[in-house]
Design a protein around this ligand. Structure first.
Ligand SMILES: CC(=O)N[C@H]1[C@@H](OP(=O)(O)OP(=O)(O)OC[C@H]2O[C@@H](n3ccc(=O)[nH]c3=O)[C@H](O)[C@@H]2O)O[C@H](CO)[C@@H](O)[C@@H]1O
Length: 363
C-alpha cells in the first residue's frame, strides 16, 4: 500500500459542505489514511455530525463574510487572520500532509495555513456558479475539484478537475422502498412527495408545501423535512392531514430518498447530487437570495437535462404547486423520463476521484 496520509478536511458552516466532506473522509479512512474534519461551533454542524462518531471532528471559528463595504469587514479580516493562526497550529500539531476545503469562507483559513506550511492544498466547489470564497481560496491551492463542469470557467489559470460532488457511504446503496416507507410510517403502495429545504430548512418552501397539502389528491403522501427551527410550525399547519409526515432534521436521508417518488426542494448542490444519485424526478425552487444566484444555476443544470421542473418562488403558489406535483406523480412516463435524466447526472465515484487525485500529488 502507498504511504498513509494525514488529511485535514475543512467542511463547516452548512450541510452542503459538511456531508461531502464526511463522504471524502469515509473513503480516505477506508484506504488507510488518517483524517481530521474541521467544523464550526454552529448548531447545524453539531447536529449534522452527531451520527458520525467514528470520525474525528475539531471545531474552529466560523468566519462569515459581511458585505464588502460594511463596517464589519475589518473585524471579519481580523477573525480570518486569527483563525488562520489557529489552523496553522492545529495543522502542525496533527502533522498534516494535506488540507482539503469543501467550500465557503470556513475553508479559507485552513487552506491558507496549509499553503503557508508548504502542504498540498485543495478546494472543492460543488456549485454551477462557484462561490467567491472558493475562487479566493483557490489561489492557495495545488488543485481545484469541481462538482460540475459549469464551474470551470470561473477558475482561470488554476489546475481544475471535474470530480462530481461526493455522497456519503450510506447513500451509495439505497435501502428498498419498503424499508424507506417503514422508517417514516408511510404506505409503500401510495406515491410519496419528499419536501426538503436544505440542511437548515426553508421557511417559504415549507409554507408553500404545507398550504398545498390540502389541494393534493388524497392518495398522495408527503414526507416533509422542515428543519429543526420550523418543525413545530409546519407540524401545526398540517395537523390532521392523513399521510403527511413532518420531520425536523433528518438523520436518515438514504431512507427518505428510498421512500420517495418525487422531490420538492431548493437547489443546494449536495441535495441535487443526492437526488441524481437516487434517480428521482424533482421540482426545484431555487433560494431567491443565494449568492450570485448559484441555486438558479444549479437548478438549470437539472432542468436543462430534463431531470427537473425549475420554478421560481415568485411564480409559485400553493395551487400551482399541488397541480405540478400531482401532474408529475400521476404521469408514469414523465416520471420515468425525468428519473432517467437525473440518473445520467449522477457521479457515483466522486469521492474516489478526489482521493485518487490527492494520493497522486503525494506519491
Ligand atoms: C441557502 C444556501 O445558500 N445553501 C447552500 C449550502 O447548502 P445547504 O446546506 O443549504 O444545502 P445542500 O442542499 O447543498 O445540502 C444539504 C445536505 O444536508 C442533508 N440534510 C438536509 C436536511 C436534513 O434534515 N438532513 C440532512 O442530512 C442533505 O442530505 C444534503 O446532503 O451550500 C451548498 C454547497 O455550496 C450550496 O449549493 C447551497 O446553495
Amino acid at each position: 500500500m502507498s504511504k498513509s496520509l494525514k488529511v485535514v478536511i475543512a467542511c463547516g458552516g452548512t450541510g452542503g459542505h459538511l456531508f461531502p466532506g464526511i463522504a471524502v473522509a469515509e473513503t480516505l479512512k477506508a484506504r488507510g489514511h488518517d483524517v481530521m474534519l474541521l467544523i464550526s461551533k454552529k448548531s447545524v454542524d453539531r447536529e449534522a455530525s452527531a451520527k458520525y462518531g467514528d470520525l474525528r471532528f475539531e471545531t474552529v471559528e466560523a468566519v462569515a463574510k459581511p458585505k464588502t463595504l460594511s463596517p464589519r469587514m475589518i473585524p471579519f479580516l481580523w477573525r480570518l487572520w486569527k483563525t488562520a493562526g489557529t489552523c496553522k497550529r492545529l495543522l502542525k500539531q496533527y502533522q498534516a500532509d494535506v488540507v482539503l476545503g469543501m467550500g465557503g469562507f470556513t475553508s479559507l483559513p485552513p487552506v491558507y495555513a496549509g499553503h503557508r506550511l508548504g502542504l498540498k492544498t485543495f478546494v472543492h466547489d460543488s456549485n454551477a456558479r462557484p462561490g467567491r470564497a472558493n475562487i479566493l481560496t483557490s489561489r492557495f491551492c495545488t488543485r481545484v475539484f469541481l462538482g460540475v463542469k459549469e464551474g470551470k470557467p470561473f477558475f482561470t489559470n488554476r489546475d481544475t478537475v471535474v470530480t462530481g460532488t461526493p455522497v456519503r457511504a450510506e447513500m451509495v446503496n439505497l435501502p428498498s422502498r419498503a424499508e424507506g416507507a417503514a422508517a417514516f410510517g408511510l404506505d409503500p403502495s401510495r406515491p410519496v412527495l419528499l419536501v426538503m429545504g436544505g440542511s437548515q430548512g426553508a421557511k417559504r418552501l415549507n409554507d408553500l408545501a404545507a398550504e398545498s397539502s390540502s389541494k393534493l389528491p388524497a392518495g398522495i403522501q408527503v414526507l416533509h423535512i422542515a428543519g429543526t427551527l420550523d418543525f413545530d410550525r409546519v407540524k401545526a399547519t398540517v395537523a390532521g392531514r392523513e399521510g403527511y409526515v413532518v420531520v425536523g432534521f433528518c438523520d436518515k436521508m438514504a431512507l427518505a430518498y428510498a421512500a420517495s417518488d418525487l422531490i420538492l426542494a431548493r437547489s443546494g448542490a449536495s441535495s441535487l447530487t443526492e437526488v441524481a444519485h437516487a434517480g428521482l424526478p424533482s421540482i426545484l425552487v431555487p433560494f431567491p437570495y443565494s449568492a450570485d444566484d448559484h441555486q438558479i444555476r444549479n437548478a438549470e443544470v437539472f432542468s436543462n437535462a430534463g431531470a427537473a421542473e425549475l420554478v421560481h418562488e415568485r411564480d409559485l403558489d400553493a395551487g400551482k404547486l399541488a397541480n405540478l406535483a400531482s401532474g408529475i406523480l400521476n404521469d408514469l412516463q414523465t416520471r420515468e423520463r425525468m428519473a432517467q435524466a437525473a440518473r445520467a447526472l449522477d457521479t457515483p465515484d466522486a469521492s474516489a476521484r478526489i482521493c485518487d487525485a490527492i494520493e497522486a500529488t503525494l506519491h
